[in-house]
Write a new protein. Structure first.
Length: 359
């Protein structure tokens, strides 16, 4: 296990394009950190700087207290798993997993024990004499993980390892990575654009946008107390609903609806009296029963839940509601709903209102 500290790291390319701004993160022993964000947000670039595959333009990187900012990738004691597996097609699975140890000229008996141990962990024992072309995508990704395990690195780095797999394999391999982390108790950094992977895998999530860290916290913190509108819109599926509202005395007023405020919400919004804000409501916090009219356009049955899409009133904003139960609403139906949980955001900055008070 290892402690990793990334301090004030920037990435500026030769054409003066900046990809990462002032990235800071302290990773504890055995922690699984997930970097999440849309394509081009800087998460993979950050991982590659940590791995030593990209130069750090400014800032420092420490591993167990030692500054490794200028240390070559091969000497950082980190193992990286890529999305394209990066396996040698002419080698057997055994040879692929043993390759890095063979290069180090380790004792063949030691190599054999390490490969067999990793293969057993990943359920690959019966595949060791096969070539990569004979395996499924999920099995090939497990071989790539096994190649990292045999090295026994201080830090495991995963760069979108599941993006080439279909949905079913993604779910199965995600669970294998989670079990692997629990079994090895290893320090891991994992990059993905898939928020489901982030929420299910992470001890903590780093949410990024346009090269900037938007929020660092546990999955529940990012879901339940997003720092700003970007995090609120990116984390959660289906995405959060947003409405322009004006703060009144005891309620907020949006296009086609009014929503009462409880005492805590009144206190949070006191400085915004008479001003415009943005209201955020997760679809699962829209409940049947209330005085807000949801005009149905599409009804999707999902088993235990029904996803209802429509508008507030006749000409209000679009809204999605994830109602518990099986409903057969038709286009044009009106459903009376209420908001069980509300999030408030500053109209200009997008920063969550009242987050400091809750913290």
């Amino acid at each position: 296990m290892a402690q990793l500290s990334v301090q004030h790291v920037d990435k500026i390319y030769d054409n003066n394009v900046q990809a990462v701004y002032d990235f800071n993160l302290d990773v504890k022993d055995g922690e699984l950190i997930v970097l999440v964000g849309p394509s081009g947000c800087g998460k993979s670039t950050t991982l590659r700087m940590i791995a030593g595959l990209e130069d750090i333009s400014a800032g420092h990187l420490f591993l167990d207290g030692k500054d490794i900012t200028q240390t070559p990738a091969k000497d950082r004691d980190m193992a990286m798993v890529f999305q394209n597996y990066a396996l040698y097609g002419h080698m057997t699975i055994y040879e692929n997993m043993a390759f890095s140890l063979t290069l180090r000229k380790e004792n063949p008996n030691v190599i054999h024990k390490k490969v067999l141990a990793a293969a057993e962990i990943l359920g690959l024992t019966s595949q060791l004499n096969k070539k990569p072309s004979q395996l499924s995508g999920g099995q090939r990704q497990r071989v790539a993980m096994g190649r990292s395990i045999v090295r026994n690195p201080k830090v495991f780095l995963f760069d979108e390892p599941l993006s080439n797999l279909d949905a079913k394999l993604r779910g199965a391999t995600r669970r294998e990575i989670l079990l692997l982390h629990k079994r090895l108790q290893a320090t891991m950094l994992y990059v993905t654009h898939d928020q489901t992977e982030a929420l299910t895998l992470a001890d903590r999530i780093v949410c990024m946008s346009m090269g900037h860290v938007q929020q660092v916290g546990t999955p529940l913190e990012l879901y339940d107390a997003p720092a700003n509108k970007f995090v609120a819109s990116f984390i959660g599926l289906p995405p959060m609903n947003f409405f322009d509202c004006t703060v009144r005395e005891g309620y907020i007023e949006g296009k086609g609806f009014k929503a009462a405020l409880n005492e805590e919400e009144k206190g949070i919004l006191l400085p915004y009296a008479g001003k415009e804000i943005e209201l955020g409501v997760r679809p699962e916090d829209v409940e049947e029963g209330g005085d807000i009219v949801l005009g149905v356009s599409v009804n999707e049955n999902l088993g235990m839940n029904t996803l209802v899409h429509g508008k507030i009133g006749a000409d209000g904003d679009k809204i999605s509601a994830k109602l518990r139960g099986w409903f057969d609403y038709k286009e044009g139906d009106d459903v009376m709903v209420s908001f069980s949980r509300k999030h408030f955001f500053d109209k200009e900055s997008g920063v969550a209102i009242g987050r400091e008070e809750k913290a």
